[in-house]
Design a binder for this molecule. Structure first.
Ligand SMILES: [Zn+2]
Length: 227
């Protein structure tokens, strides 16, 4: 007989749409072939006793969407054939994209990200792809090299880099790409999809002002709430 707790666990897992393996494979191949992005397979979520756990088997920080081995950077490939081979072996694997190669990513909270997006559109800025993760973070894809110059750019705009919630991921890091699912709560999605029009990525310098402004405003609001 099932206990109440087990029954709830089964229902929860059943409600989360299953990731179709071919969807991950197709997307990984397309990222490599169409965008020339390097890709590598990460962990995935698997149902264990009605609950979803990360395939790493541990209580990890990013269930279902982190690198399997420390040497992931050597595994990453920009070849569609290579991607097809890797996801054929592990069809449920998350799609991870190394940053610091063809792009860097500026990470902000989802609320700051949407505020910045609205402002960027009013300013008619050319945006690159933007992802939205289920843990409510947003990643703006920009030209590589951003990680080293963003702190200075933020300072020049009058913000203290450590005081606002804005992080740039460059060399040695990676981001999870759609339709990777994270932590059993949802999938990474495009807030701005990759299209032929945004093939040429913007420089961090072009986007930093609206991003830092949105993050700064959010930090000020948070301070006011606690006062
Ligand atoms: Zn894990």
């Amino acid at each position: 007989m099932l206990t109440v707790e087990e029954t709830i666990g089964v229902t929860e897992a059943a409600q989360i749409p299953q990731q179709r393996g071919e969807q991950l494979l197709d997307n990984a191949v397309r990222y490599a072939e169409e965008r020339h992005w390097d890709v590598f397979p990460g962990t995935w979520l698997e149902a264990v006793e009605g609950r979803e756990r990360c395939s790493c088997g541990a209580e990890c920080a990013v269930p279902g969407a982190h690198a399997v081995k420390p040497d992931w950077s050597t595994q990453a490939t920009g070849s569609g054939v290579g991607a097809r081979r890797m996801w054929s072996k592990t069809p449920k694997a998350s799609i991870l994209l190394p940053t610091g190669r063809t792009f860097d990513a500026i990470e902000v909270s989802e609320s700051a990200g949407f505020l910045a997006l609205a402002r960027m559109e009013r300013m008619d800025l050319t945006l690159g792809p933007v992802t939205c993760t289920p843990d409510r973070r947003m990643f703006f894809f920009v030209l590589p090299g951003a990680a080293t110059k963003v702190p200075d750019l933020v300072r020049k705009l009058g913000w203290v880099p450590g005081a606002i919630d804005l992080v740039t991921r460059g060399e040695g890091h990676y981001v999870a790409a759609p339709p990777t699912r994270i932590g059993g709560v949802g999938a990474v999605q495009w807030a701005r999809r990759p299209t032929p029009a945004n093939r040429w990525l913007p420089d961090a310098e072009e986007l930093i002002s609206p991003l830092a402004y949105a993050c700064g405003r959010e930090a000020a609001e948070a301070r006011n709430r606690t006062q």
